[in-house]
Design a protein around this ligand. Structure first.
Ligand code: ATR
Length: 280
């Protein structure tokens, strides 16, 4: 029988996951369908057992359900528990198990583009919201040695650090401190919404002191090249946008469901097509 997968969120019509996963299932020769499911916040407690009742094999979770779904699951993986958000659910013998592949997806995408290990590098993380938490906790869990954090609201960065269950060397910096010590960092990771369409001219900080051999990874993919990425390139640095993070969080979810990693190059092509052919 055809297996059913999906993504729950609200709104969900814009999601690129169905195109990406349906093609991946077809390419892998798996008889499955991936369905976008729009679920209102108040309907989530009924929707989760409903999905179990119809025998869904697995699903992705997006805004606004990533945290609210956690108590409705049978089990939540420790990393997802620490992050406080689930983006992937696997149905194992009629038990729903929640994971978070956002951070691991980001690191896979960064590693692929960077070309060497990132864990022994000096990293500066910009932002302290949900995306930053997934990336910071996963970097720490995987053994990163130094990840400093800069955020508009310093208390939120402090919280991120103190609540991290994995050991990592972290200083919390003001914007000014980050700008003046920027030459220290090998990798800059931008996780805020600053520079996202339509406010494409905004930047979270100045990269005046960026080293030309540094690497700047911005998790935004619309626009394909943010103002921060443009400035990084003007200093000779290499850059990437959030496309690979999106592809790999999906690829790692697919791997959890099926046991095999899909063709990520093909997935990336589909997402670029959906975005109107623009890449960076
Ligand atoms: P997400 O879940 O997408 O990471 P979030 O949890 O709302 O979103 O976090 C947004 C991040 O972007 C935060 O680090 C936020 O900074 P604050 O903690 O100071 O709010 C940052 N951010 C958003 N808009 C910003 C702006 N205009 N200037 C500076 N930082 C901003």
């Amino acid at each position: 029988m055809k297996k059913l997968y999906g993504v729950i969120g609200n709104p969900i019509g814009h999601s690129m996951s169905p195109a990406m996963h349906n093609d991946a299932f077809k390419t892998a020769g798996i008889d499955a369908h991936y369905q976008p499911l729009q679920i209102k916040t108040e309907d989530l407690p009924a929707a989760v057992p409903g999905m179990k009742a119809i025998g869904i094999s697995g699903f992705n979770v997006t805004v606004p359900h990533k945290t609210a779904i956690m108590p409705l699951l049978d089990e939540v993986d420790p990393l997802a528990q620490a992050i406080g958000a689930v983006n992937t659910v696997v149905n194992v013998n009629n038990r729903f198990i929640g994971y978070n592949t956002d951070g691991a997806g980001f690191i896979r995408g960064l590693h692929e583009e960077y070309g060497k290990s990132v864990l022994d590098k000096r990293i500066l993380l910009i932002g302290a919201g949900g995306a930053a938490r997934a990336i910071y906790y996963t970097l720490s869990q995987q053994g990163a040695i130094l990840v400093d954090i800069v955020n508009r609201t310093a208390e939120k960065a402090e919280q991120l650090k103190t609540r991290c269950p994995y050991p990592v060397n972290t200083s919390i910096l003001s914007l000014q401190q980050a700008e003046t010590t920027l030459e220290k960092y090998d990798i800059i990771i931008q996780t805020t919404s600053i520079g996202m369409s339509p406010k494409v001219d905004e930047k979270p900080l100045s990269l005046q002191r960026l080293r030309p051999d540094a690497f700047v990874s911005d998790i935004i993919y619309n626009p394909a090249k943010t103002a921060l990425m443009k400035e990084a390139e003007s200093h000779g640095a290499r850059v990437q946008n959030g496309l690979k993070m999106f592809v790999y969080q999906g690829a790692l979810a697919f791997e959890k469901w099926t046991g095999t990693l899909p063709d990520t190059e093909r997935m990336e092509k589909i997402v670029i097509e959906k975005l109107g052919g623009k890449t960076c």
